[in-house]
Ligand binder design. Structure first.
Ligand code: AMP
Length: 119
């Protein structure tokens, strides 16, 4: 795995060097709207800690970070009104996963029937 690069765009958002449309924040996670939405509702949830991808986060995040991160995902789902009709969580990881930003993040997509999972 490549080392964490603090100059990635989500690192800049965490340091308030560039703006975001913030949706939710707790001690360990930040959620904001995706700048290029792929569905009527498209949010991103990122840990505040420096984790490259899902593999890194799962291996190295503390119990408090893991819990707080997933509680944040759940809070954003509720806030966006997605729990009734459903939604999709995606964690693109690495080259084959099509990950563009090397700071772990979960996409929350919803607001319509999203169809098949892949392709
Ligand atoms: P991924 O391919 O999983 O790494 O997705 C990265 C996501 O970050 C894409 O959906 C982008 O539209 C989104 N993105 C990139 N830059 C920004 C930004 N400045 N603010 C919000 N979302 C962004």
């Amino acid at each position: 795995m490549t080392p964490y690069d603090p100059h990635n765009v989500f690192g800049k958002i965490l340091r308030a060097e560039i703006p975001c449309t913030k949706l939710y924040e707790n001690d360990v996670a930040l959620a904001f709207s995706d700048i290029r939405p792929q569905a009527p509702v498209h949010a991103l949830v990122i840990p505040k800690g420096a984790y490259v991808d899902a593999t890194d986060f799962c291996a190295h995040a503390s119990t408090a970070e893991v819990e707080g991160f997933w509680r944040a995902v759940g809070a954003v789902v509720q806030q966006l009104g997605l729990s009734g009709d459903g939604y999709r969580l995606i964690a693109n990881t690495g080259a084959d996963g099509g990950q563009e930003v090397p700071h772990f993040h979960i996409h929350i997509l919803g607001g319509k029937n999203l169809g098949r999972m892949v392709g």
